[in-house]
Design a protein around this ligand. Structure first.
Ligand code: SF4
Length: 501
């Protein structure tokens, strides 16, 4: 991997930066170092062991099992690409091509740390609150790193990184983007600023943690849209209140007009909603998006109502207004002028608001790494790279990232997506080109590896891996197992438990 160009420095050729590294120092990415004239990968190769425990934090020191030097302990293991090293400049075989017998099937795993220039993260933020309009720019340290994309049910979505930000902008934009991706993929918190000067929202995002929006930690994601909430809880409100409005930035629901209310014979109340009526009892755009009730900008729910119709409404009529998470609610009684006047909420209605909140799931951020396995990765597996792509599409080769299940997108290429929380901690690195370094493993039968033109002469038995240089991570039996026979097309027709289970 290295050329000794000067007596005191060696050259790392694991990425295009080609650092000269002095004795006792590490290269620009802190992944490789010069130890007594030898180029060494600083992070140990990570091996997953199937146990009854979950994956433990990297080098936690406390809950990591002591390494006993025996890599074949009788439990099932999987050599990941974390700490494996790369194949740059592409013509070389992957750093580890490991063979092991899995229930009578000779399996091979090709293990590489990929240098991903085409990569990014998709971030799902469970919140009703408005964090930005679709296509708003997301910035870190003033640099654009991504944008807001289409919202999903109860969640806002961001697309961060990608080759345009890594390579298509200024040097600082590429560096900040790479750093943002690295932190998010390694489960660290990053403060994102969304929108332009006059309308900015700050969101702190970390995988598996609640988002912090403008300094306030989000607690709950919505139980449903306003219309769905009416449908779900309509029966609870029957005979307890005359009208219910579930305030939602997208679809505000009105009980007396909604189909659910009609089927329960709830009479009209003469309520007048502002906004655009979609279908009976369902209103769009009752307010502007914001961080108030139900993802709107309102703090006073009455601002979304027009005057009650005097032909239908009457003094003493009651109304509950509630948000889609049940966190905000207010109870009103109409006075002689048919104006809603705040009143103490009856206990049964309070319970219904608490039930809405109880049915909301905790708000969390999810970070999914997405990258394309291109030239260097595929060439490290076989001299005929397109055969690998075909083998993946034919389910003869299984793709995993750090042992975690990777979704492979349909169509051309090998474009994968993986939840970073399913991967061992500190799975990701970077190189200052800038690009992200992510583990990727290709597993298949040894016979299929031969057919696709693999480097069969480079295959090592799993027990040839230097045990002293590995990091051992426990994997639950319930976690994804890349070697499971059901991952492969050839298992069709194999009886359950017969092979590789
Ligand atoms: S940045 Fe890292 S991988 Fe790239 S040449 Fe330098 S030490 Fe090697």
């Amino acid at each position: 991997m290295s050329d000794k160009l000067k007596t005191e420095k060696i050259r790392c050729d694991a990425c295009p930066v080609m650092c000269y590294i002095a004795e006792g120092k590490s290269g620009a990415c802190d992944r490789y170092a010069n130890h007594a004239g030898e180029l060494v990968r600083l992070d140990p190769l990570t091996v997953l062991h199937e146990t009854e425990h979950k994956i433990v934090p990297f080098l936690s020191g406390t809950d990591q099992e002591d390494w006993d030097g025996d890599i074949v302990k009788g439990d099932r293991q999987f050599v990941t690409a974390i700490g494996a090293g790369t194949t740059y400049p592409d013509y070389k075989p992957a750093p580890f091509i490991v063979s092991q017998d899995i229930d009578g099937v000779d399996m091979v795993t090709v293990v590489t740390e990929g240098i991903f220039s085409y990569c990014g993260v998709k971030v799902k933020i469970d919140t009703d609150r408005h964090i930005g309009h679709e296509r708003d720019v997301v910035r870190v340290d003033g640099e654009p790193v991504g944008h807001v994309m289409t919202s999903e049910y109860g969640s806002k979505m961001l697309s961060l990184g990608g080759v345009e930000h890594l390579t298509g902008g200024s040097k600082k934009e590429g560096r900040v983007t790479c750093d943002t991706l690295l932190k998010l993929c390694n489960r660290e918190a990053v403060e994102l600023v969304i929108g332009e000067d006059d309308e900015q929202v700050t969101v702190v995002v970390a995988a598996g943690k609640a988002p912090i929006i403008n300094g306030v930690e989000e607690k709950l994601m919505r139980v449903g849209c306003g219309s769905a909430t009416i449908g779900m809880f309509a029966k609870q409100w029957l005979n307890e209140v005359d009208e219910v409005v579930v305030v939602d930035d997208h679809i505000t629901g009105v009980l007396s007009e909604h189909e659910a209310g009609k089927q329960l014979d709830i009479p009209p109340t003469g309520i007048k909603m502002l906004g655009r009526r979609s279908t009976p009892g369902r209103y769009f755009q009752v307010a502007e998006p914001g961080i108030g009730w139900g993802g709107t900008d309102i703090e006073d729910p009455l601002t979304i109502l027009g005057p009650f119709n005097p032909k239908t409404a009457r003094q003493g009529m009651t109304m509950l207004m509630v948000s889609t998470t049940g966190e905000q609610f207010a109870y009103f009684v109409l006075d002689q002028d048919l104006k809603p006047v705040p009143a103490d909420i009856p206990p049964k209605l309070l319970s219904s608001c608490e039930l809405i909140a109880e049915n909301c799931e905790p708000s969390v951020c999810s970070v999914l790494f997405m990258g394309g396995a291109g030239g260097s990765l595929r060439a490290g597996v076989t001299e005929n790279p397109v055969r690998l792509t075909k083998s993946v599409k034919n389910s003869l080769t299984h793709v995993s990232c750090g042992g975690a299940e990777a979704y492979v997108w349909p169509g051309g290429g090998i474009t994968v997506m993986v939840d970073v929380l399913d991967m061992p901690t500190n799975s990701f690195g970077y190189v200052p080109t800038p690009a992200l370094v992510a583990p990727i493993e290709f597993s298949m039968r040894a016979s299929d590896y031969g057919v696709l033109g693999g480097y069969v002469d480079e295959i090592k038995q799993v027990d040839e891996i230097n045990a002293q240089a590995t990091r051992k991570v426990s994997r639950s039996q319930d976690d994804h197992n890349p070697m499971r026979a059901s991952n492969y097309k050839w298992s069709e027709g194999t009886k359950a438990g017969e092979s590789g289970t």
